[in-house]
Design a protein around this ligand. Structure first.
Ligand SMILES: Cc1cc2nc3c(=O)[nH]c(=O)nc-3n(C[C@H](O)[C@H](O)[C@H](O)COP(=O)(O)OP(=O)(O)OC[C@H]3O[C@@H](n4cnc5c(N)ncnc54)[C@H](O)[C@@H]3O)c2cc1C
Ligand code: FES
Length: 265
């Protein structure tokens, strides 16, 4: 069940370069939300644009709900400037959640795609579930997590300034010797090229994999049909629009990698 809730900003912090983590007091949504789900945010009470701004939930702490975002435009600029105590209108929790199986989880995030993977990481940690976290970014100042191979925290930078030099695929390659990838399940969220690269590896090597897709959204709950993704065809021709296409906000954002035609939406 989703709620419309007037939440209140509890804390706000720049945790990495142009990357902000905000906690909001949101007693209804924080109790109901599962890792992988998102909220649709009204960035300001007098927000004039028709579309709210969707953000994955990055974690919960009691009645507090976290989001992690980069300021990239008018909505996120307003969010960056939120003051403690400000009221924020939220819709959520929306979408589906990650499905953890008996396989060893490998969480892969890029950029602010860390939010839903960070939520899952902290849940698994609290449950004592052994897992890996691989994070990719362009350079060192975009990371806020330690690089510690012993703790299975593998940070990657394109320019090699921090952690593993290379992208998240290079990061994944570093653990191939210690774990057989047929025994793992990947949980992925990040920029489209990163997700697409992981999808190709997962499908090519038959590795279980879930991907949290992102696309431009309006309503966030299945009305506007503005967030379509295309399923892989099973070879049969079908006239059913619903079999060919899904809605990221309702059928996702989490999809089985084998069912997605492309991560570029
Ligand atoms: C389910 C879901 C979860 C998301 N979770 C997060 C999150 O945890 N943290 C976060 O920072 N962002 C997240 N996003 C993306 C976020 O919603 C957009 O970046 C945000 O709407 C930008 O709003 P704006 O008004 O600041 O900028 P806009 O002016 O709307 O956009 C600025 C630029 O970003 C591009 N853009 C907008 N939305 C997206 C998108 N979804 N994917 C790729 N490019 C986009 C625009 O084309 C434009 O170039 C999520 C999106 C979805 C659909
Ligand atoms: S955002 Fe409106 S249907 Fe998905």
């Amino acid at each position: 069940m989703a709620f419309q809730e007037s939440a209140r900003v509890i804390s706000t912090e720049e945790i990495a370069h142009n990357t902000f983590q905000v906690f909001l007091n949101s007693p209804l949504i924080s109790v109901a939300v599962k890792s992988g789900q998102f909220v649709n945010i009204l960035p300001a009470p007098d927000w004039e644009m028709p579309m709210r701004r969707p953000m994955s939930v990055s974690g919960v702490d009691g009645s507090h709900l976290g989001v992690i975002f980069k300021a990239v435009g008018p909505g996120t600029d307003l969010m960056r400037d939120w003051k403690i105590g400000a009221e924020v209108d939220l819709l959520g929790p929306l979408g589906n959640a990650w499905h953890v199986s008996e396989k060893t989880p490998i969480l892969i995030g890029g950029g602010v795609g860390i939010a839903p993977t960070w939520f899952l990481h902290n849940e698994l940690k609290a449950q004592g579930v052994d897992h890996y976290l691989i994070m990719g970014s362009r350079t060192a100042n975009e990371h806020f997590i330690e690089h510690d191979v012993g703790k299975k925290l593998i940070m990657c930078t394109d320019d090699g300034a921090f952690g593993v030099s290379g992208n998240v695929i290079t990061g994944l390659d570093t653990i191939r010797e210690e774990i057989e990838l047929s025994t793992v399940k990947l949980f992925v969220c990040g920029p489209a090229p990163m997700m697409e690269a992981v999808r190709e590896v997962a499908v090519g090597e038959n590795i279980e994999c879930e991907i949290a897709l992102e696309t431009v959204m309006a309503c966030g709950f299945g009305i506007c049909q503005g967030c379509t993704m295309e399923y892989v065809s099973n070879g049969e021709s079908t006239d059913s629009y619903r079999k060919k296409f899904g809605l990221v906000c309702m059928d996702g954002p989490v999809f089985n990698a084998k069912e997605i035609k492309t991560c570029y939406l």
